[in-house]
Write a new protein. Structure first.
Length: 318
């Protein structure tokens, strides 16, 4: 009898597996998603060779592919659970592993030039950046897994994100690296002292920046969906002018625009959250103050005693 039950259970499990077997996939959105993952892998290889600038631009290409794959799937009405899972796996490579590895390599290159008196500090910093990179990767994976669980296929539900999106977090790292690699060398030709200050500021602030954006990724702070809120559909004419100005600024000062855009986007959610917390606290204090009775100028000994004019004389029968 137990063997019969075991055989029935095995056959039931096999039937369920056959029903869940994937027979068809959408080719074009899947190819774009795989391009995202390949770009992330290429960025890791380029960073390992010391080509930090090219590694950063390849990650920007991965962001474009990540933006297009879901859009193409929704336009062709071919969204599927397979596409969502594949997208998250590629995002872990491109926006989790690659930015953390890029930060590791660029700081390790800086530490090789530190003199012997700072060897103890360099050893501590090397361990610290490995810990930060692991924390960033873990938070990115948690952020993507939570998105898969809580995601809704309805387009109207994609007006905001809960937590900093992983492409935006990677964009913060990439933009700072591009400034370090492309903008600062021009500054070194005119003012070497300012170059040293700015370089040290960017290099040594990168681990702290990664810690902050790691917290923002797994937080419940809401961030707007830029495309759905400000570009898609019928929008005011001012939105078109703003987009044209941004494109013009990007063509002239792409590194500065990327840094201001990504860092500003990451800080915007945090600042809005802090403002809402402070506003709610002030509102609760105001309500509490208005609810308290005003006892100033009243003799506390008279509280509870009726006024003398309202006292009643005892009734005496005639």
């Amino acid at each position: 009898m137990p063997r019969l039950k075991t055989q029935v259970a095995k056959e039931s499990l096999l039937r369920r597996v056959r029903k869940q077997r994937l027979n068809y996939i959408t080719v074009l959105p899947s190819l774009i998603t795989l391009l995202n993952g390949v770009c992330g892998f290429a960025s890791i290889g380029l960073a390992a060779k010391g080509s930090f600038t090219l590694a950063g631009y390849v990650l920007l290409l991965a962001m474009i592919a990540d933006m297009l794959d879901g859009r193409v799937a929704r336009m062709s009405r071919t969204t599927s659970s397979f596409g969502g899972q594949l997208d998250s796996l590629c995002d872990v490579i491109s926006f989790g592993v690659a930015p953390a590895f890029l930060m590791l390599k660029i700081i390790e290159l800086k530490l090789t030039g530190i003199a012997d008196p700072h060897a103890a500090f360099a050893h501590f910093l090397e361990r610290f950046i490995w810990l930060v990179a692991a924390a960033y990767l873990s938070c990115a994976a948690i952020r993507l897994a939570r998105f898969n669980v809580e995601n809704e296929e309805d387009e109207s539900a994609h007006m905001s994100f809960v937590g900093l999106p992983t492409p935006a977090a990677a964009g913060v790292v990439v933009s700072l690296v591009l400034i370090h690699q492309e903008v600062l060398p021009d500054l070194a030709e005119s003012n070497i002292h300012a170059y040293n200050i700015c370089e040290n500021l960017i290099i040594y602030s990168l681990p702290l920046v990664l810690l902050v954006i790691s917290f923002l990724m797994v937080s419940r702070i809401r961030y707007p969906h830029i495309v759905n809120q400000y570009i898609k559909g019928r929008k005011p004419f001012a939105n078109l002018i703003g987009c044209m100005l941004l494109v013009g600024l990007f063509l002239w000062f792409r590194q500065i625009v990327l840094a201001v855009g990504f860092c500003g986007f990451a800080l915007s959610g945090l600042l809005k959250w802090l403002y809402s917390v402070i506003s709610k606290k002030n509102l609760s204090l105001t309500i509490a103050d208005s609810a308290e009775p005003d006892l100033t100028g009243v003799d506390r000994a008279d509280i509870g005693n009726p006024p003398s004019g309202n006292t009643q004389q005892p009734f005496t029968p005639a």
